[in-house]
Design a protein around this ligand. Structure first.
Ligand code: IDP
Ligand code: MG
Length: 159
């Protein structure tokens, strides 16, 4: 079914100038960008976005990571968009993410290495984990009028 998901290019992706490369991977598979903006979030907003992780041992470093620079936030629409975006993004720990995925191709941090260094595991992307998370996250990041309904020239072939 057609669904929507929230994807963030985290500050490492923006600062490493990988935004174009990352957006290309979602666009070329046929996912439609229906909302997009650059936002520099504060610690309070990080706690809202990552409410499920507040209090975990890695949360403080994660908050520093998410707030260290601007992120590019987007809402993508397509067939089972949540699952598809997660497939393109790859597993959470970059050293184990499959080659061909964004995390697997552009990062190689491990949890144990970054924990020892006292910094966050930097894995370039956030993508909603399930349908419910996607609905909450889209509502947190975007106002309804920031989401756009339009036809892509290849809609007849990919949707
Ligand atoms: P996800 O981004 O693949 O959905 P989550 O478990 O939701 O992964 O974790 C959110 C973010 O927190 C990860 O993307 C990663 O940046 C960071 N993170 C998760 N688990 C750990 C950990 O054990 N050590 C350090 N950072 C972690
Ligand atoms: Mg998650």
């Amino acid at each position: 079914m057609i669904s929507r998901t929230l994807v963030l290019i985290k500050p490492d992706g923006v600062k490493r100038a990988l935004s174009g490369e990352i957006i290309r991977r979602f666009e070329r598979v046929g996912l439609k960008i229906i909302g997009m903006k650059m936002v520099w979030v504060d610690r309070e907003f990080s706690k809202q976005h990552y409410s499920a992780h507040v209090g975990k041992q890695f949360y403080n470093n994660l908050e520093k990571y998410l707030t260290m620079g601007p992120v590019i936030a987007m809402v993508l629409e397509g067939i089972n968009a949540v699952e598809l975006a997660r497939k393109i993004v790859g597993g959470t720990e970059p050293n184990k993410s499959a080659p061909g995925t964004i995390r697997g191709d552009y990062a190689h941090h491990t949890f144990s290495y970054t924990d020892k260094k006292g910094k966050s595991t930097m894995n370039l992307i956030h993508a909603s984990g399930n349908e419910e998370e996607a609905k909450q996250e889209i509502a947190l990041w975007f106002a309804p009028e920031e989401l756009h309904d339009y036809k892509r020239s290849d809609d007849d072939f990919v949707i």
